[in-house]
Design a protein around this ligand. Structure first.
Ligand SMILES: *C/C=C(C)/C=C/C=C(C)/C=C/C1=C(C)CCCC1(C)C
Length: 252
């Protein structure tokens, strides 16, 4: 066995010039890694319960970073969508995003049933999406519709359901601001994914956008949503952490 063949496969994978999807896989893996280092480091800079929130934000980008290394290699060697890695990543990271909602609302009465409800909606959304992209690709429109039911369930919880009511009752403008921002990520940022999905042959955007743009949409969506989500949590955590007063003459 020669030395090269014993090396991790991704070290040998190439990105051709003009392969814009490949570029976004590469940039995605680096961005997720950098965000992970930042979020993990910030766990030591924020107070108390906010450490858990920062840790989860870091785990989300960490899990994504590892999958992006695999997906980048898969794309570079096969030129096809790494659907399995993609959905394994999402099935781990989307529920963790639901945990983030639970953690920031816990002090204001969020129950585990809210958490489980949101996780159930995400599972419906992702399992149906996976089936539509693989086993039942011919019926991708139908499975996309079923998936959207799960998506709308999450949207409802965040904008009108108990998650939004708990934030409303908290009398905490900082928390309310963060919830609004996260709500916009779920509404506008998550809506990027179904656009990519609709490029599947037979889908609503088939013929309008090239099929390979599916991964372009997913990669851009992931970068915006996973890193952006974490930054909102970070801003909230920092605003809740009392900073030492360094001004001249202060007793601190
Ligand atoms: C970090 C990964 C995230 C936030 C992934 C989110 C994925 C979605 C919101 C996917 C939604 C889909 C639909 C609403 C319908 C078509 C199938 C999906 C799975 C692409």
């Amino acid at each position: 066995m020669d030395f090269l063949s014993t090396m991790p496969h991704f070290l040998g994978a190439q990105i051709q010039s003009g392969d814009y999807v490949g570029f976004t896989f590469f940039i995605g893996s680096m961005a997720m890694m950098a965000a992970t280092v930042f979020f993990f480091f910030q766990t030591t800079q924020v107070e108390g319960k906010w450490r858990d929130s920062m840790l989860i934000a870091g785990l989300i980008t960490f899990i994504a970073a590892v999958h992006y290394f695999y997906m980048r290699d898969f794309w570079a060697t096969t030129g096809t969508s790494p659907t399995e890695f993609r959905y394994i990543d999402w099935i781990l990271t989307v529920p963790l995003m639901c945990v983030e909602f639970f953690l920031i609302l816990r002090a204001f009465g969020a129950t585990q049933s809210l958490l489980w409800k949101m996780i159930a909606y995400s599972l419906l959304m992702l399992v149906a999406g996976y089936l539509g992209e693989t086993v039942f690709r011919e019926q991708s429109v139908l499975w996309g519709f079923i998936s959207t039911i799960g998506y709308v369930g999450i949207l409802y919880e965040v904008w009108f359901g108990s998650a939004s009511k708990l934030a409303g009752n908290s009398n905490d403008p900082k928390l309310q601001g963060a919830m609004k921002a996260l709500g916009w990520f779920v509404f506008a940022g998550w809506a990027i994914y179904p656009i990519g999905y609709m490029t599947i042959p037979g889908g609503w955007l088939d013929g309008v956008l090239a099929a390979e743009t599916l991964d372009l949409f997913y990669n851009i969506g992931d970068a915006i949503n996973k890193i952006g989500f974490g930054l909102v949590i970070y801003a909230l955590a920092v605003s809740k952490t009392s900073t030492p007063d360094y001004s001249v003459g202060s007793e601190s």
